[in-house]
Design a protein around this ligand. Structure first.
Ligand SMILES: Nc1nc2c(c(=O)[nH]1)N=C([C@H](O)[C@@H](O)CO)CN2
Length: 124
């Protein structure tokens, strides 16, 4: 079965950007994650150890991104997707990295990527 554990609008402060002034400040990035899993065992046993733990993923990404100093959000997105696929029990991730406030007049800008083995059927 292809189920999804998701995280929405995880906001993290970091050094991000290509301009000199951006290297001297911290800005907020906003992440959405959709991670494929099978929730069956966790649901049957009510066992947190059987889950793809969204709290554990969030804490790991907060620590990683707060310490990072990427130039581009593209690089951040690739590295975050790599980390999640390597460290957590999911074969596929869809990730949005937004940089709200980066463009005057736009509420948000960013990238959306999918990485890993895409299952045949995904929930909407
Ligand atoms: N596709 C991208 N475009 C831009 C990026 C980026 O990371 N990816 N970054 C910038 C600047 O850092 C901008 O955010 C400063 O306001 C411009 N375009």
């Amino acid at each position: 079965m292809s189920d999804i554990v998701y995280i929405r609008e995880l906001e993290i402060n970091t050094v991000i950007g290509i301009y000199d002034w951006e290297r001297k400040i911290r800005q907020t990035v906003s992440l959405d994650l959709d991670m494929v899993t099978d929730i069956g065992a966790a649901a049957a046993g009510e066992d947190i150890e059987q889950t793809l733990n969204y709290k554990a993923v969030s804490k790991r990404l907060i620590a990683y991104i707060e310490a990072a100093e990427f130039l581009l959000i593209e690089t951040m997105a690739e590295k975050v997707a790599e980390l999640v696929l390597a460290e957590f029990p999911t074969p596929w991730i869809r990730l949005r990295v937004g940089k709200p406030g980066a463009v005057t007049g736009a509420k948000d800008v960013g990238v959306i990527i999918e990485r890993g083995e895409r299952p045949p059927r995904l929930p909407m």
